[in-house]
Write a protein that binds this ligand. Sequence first.
Ligand code: NAP
Length: 278
Amino acid sequence: MVMSGSTNASLPPLLAPRPLGKTGIQVSALGLGTVKFGRREGVKYPEPFNIPGDRMALRLLADARDAGVALLDTAPAYGTAEARLGGLLSGWRDLWTIVTKAGETFEDGASNFDFRPEAIIASIERSLERLRTDRVECALLHCADDDEAVLRAGALHALSRCKEEGKARAIGASVKTPVAGMLAIEQGADAIMVELSPGREAMLPVIEAARAAGVGVLIKKALASGHAATGADPASAVRHSIGFALSQPGVTSVILGTINRDHLASNIEAARVSLKKV
Ligand code: NAP
């Protein structure tokens, strides 16, 4: 179990860090999504699940980091995920690249959205407290269907202030629509997070535009939130989906959600095989 040492030197070469756009931040080609570390209501996964206890969560984190998966994606909207990570990463936080978000919270079974500048700034400060850290490597607007309006209203400027103050090293937006993805790039985002999986490919032009502009691209829902793994041959569908996302030239890192150590191991193996071919 890796719990100390330098961030990059010991990483296996196939998952070795790559630049997140022009930020100077290095991220592993695979990241671990943490929705299921902290929230089980109001999610669209194919099966119900139990949130893992601390022992299991720590094992998953250790497995991931040992294999070179050094990127964690979280958000205030993921229930207790940020606060749990704050405890679980105590003593080895600096071995991780952490992405969090602002603009959405999830309380009493419902999402609330607030993209006013003061709400965004307060959200990042709360995230730092929960994560027990003084900065995150990347902070994204946690946009919903009205992502274009949120960006046009200037929400990215509030995150810029967090960046100027050193609370987030890079900023950007997790978006739903291609138009908002393009807008985030135009507005100077360092990174964007977009959905991509076989058959859900509307973001490909945005990924290409990000590549051309030197903007980092993080992929969410590469397994269609698990629905890619429900057919006749789930293992090969998962391999295909991971390979599909990783083979797009503009993609920096694919954030996969799992709380199952076997799934994590097979996802890492699929990524290794795919990256060998690139
Ligand atoms: P995903 O990564 O496409 O799929 C996760 C689901 O796939 C889980 O239910 C997981 O179940 C299952 N899975 C993973 N590996 C598997 C394997 N090898 N075989 C079979 N099933 C497998 O979807 P996601 O969690 O929605 O998205 C990934 C991450 O992106 C999230 O955790 C979050 O960090 C981020 N995200 C961001 C936004 C946003 O910003 N708006 C939205 C969605 C997601 P097990 O736990 O059983 O493995």
